[in-house]
Design a protein around this ligand. Structure first.
Ligand SMILES: [Zn+2]
Length: 76
């Protein structure tokens, strides 16, 4: 007996920009070097965050955490 119903993966929430709809949201953070993994590890995520796409365009995007709709309406 098999179930032919397709499983639709649940949308994962994340940071995105309500100004332009991009998911290129950067966050200030403190990192420190980890000798074991030979990589930087995040110690703390700081308050400052921004949309890199808007920053590249010389704008200030408003970034929020939530579910990004497929048909994101971009406010003018
Ligand atoms: Zn943006």
């Amino acid at each position: 007996m098999s179930n032919h119903q397709l499983e639709i993966p649940a949308k994962k929430p994340g940071w995105f920009c309500v100004t332009c709809g991009a998911e290129e949201v950067f966050h200030d953070a403190q990192v420190r070097w980890c000798r074991d993994t030979q990589d930087w590890e995040v110690v703390a995520v700081l308050d400052d965050h921004w949309c890199e796409a808007c920053a590249n365009a010389g704008k200030e995007g408003e970034t929020v955490f939530g579910e990004l709709e497929d048909q994101q309406e971009v406010p003018v």
